[in-house]
Design a protein around this ligand. Structure first.
Ligand code: GRF
Length: 205
């Protein structure tokens, strides 16, 4: 499957997807054909360029509405023949229109064990709640933020002296395992989203 990745920053999750899919995809069924950032000059763009992947900057500040910005994203993805989209630290909420157009073909990574700690500052929420385990979740994107059928999760322990930064660092290591696995499941057709928003597994494993 031809994959487009949307980013806004450092792109460590993008890197994990690049590493998993280079050398003829290594059985992932996925090839990253385009990386789009809404911010210029971010490290993720350099990572893509180093891997020889085409990049685009589509600045949200150049558009007067979210609908127009999302339409520009949509057109860029369509033009590149993208079939699956991964949100890898993309810090813009997508419009319902965009999400509906890409429904079942749009994946996100969230740094908490959903349905806990949705939205921004997931690590701060986890530390404030006093949970001893958090983690990360790869899921299909639905119109509600951080909702949508869960594909892969991994638990991560919280240490007594954790700060948001140290916790984020530890959770990211799990994200880098989880996102490529989720992409592979979808790109190889092992799982898909049905009309009611539930996962269908090709074969129970
Ligand atoms: C990750 O923690 C991801 O879960 C969140 O944004 C962060 C992106 O990091 N949505 P990176 O750009 O992949 O390094």
């Amino acid at each position: 499957k031809r994959v487009g990745v949307l980013i806004s920053g450092s792109g460590t999750n993008l890197q994990s997807l690049i590493d998993a899919t280079t050398d003829l995809g290594r059985g992932t069924g996925a090839e990253i054909v385009l990386v789009i950032s809404n911010k210029p000059g971010v490290q993720g763009l350099a990572r893509a360029q180093k891997a020889g992947i085409p990049t685009m900057v589509i600045r949200h500040t150049n558009y007067s509405s979210r609908v127009d910005f999302d339409l520009a994203l949509h057109e860029a993805l369509e033009t590149a023949g993208v079939e699956l989209v991964c949100l890898a630290g993309f810090m813009r909420v997508l419009t319902g229109e965009f999400v509906r157009r890409w429904r079942g073909r749009l994946l996100n990574i969230h740094p908490a064990l959903l349905p806990l700690f949705k939205g921004t500052h997931a690590h701060r929420q986890a530390l404030q709640a006093g949970v001893r385990i958090t983690g990360c979740t790869a899921h299909f994107v639905e119109e509600d933020v951080d909702a949508g059928a869960i594909l892969v999760q991994e638990a991560v322990p919280i240490e007594l002296d954790d700060t948001e930064e140290t916790l984020q660092e530890r959770v990211k290591l799990a994200e880098h395992r989880v996102f490529p696995r989720a992409l592979t499941l979808v790109a190889t057709g092992k799982v898909w989203l049905d009309d009611s928003g539930k996962l269908v597994w090709a074969q129970k494993t």
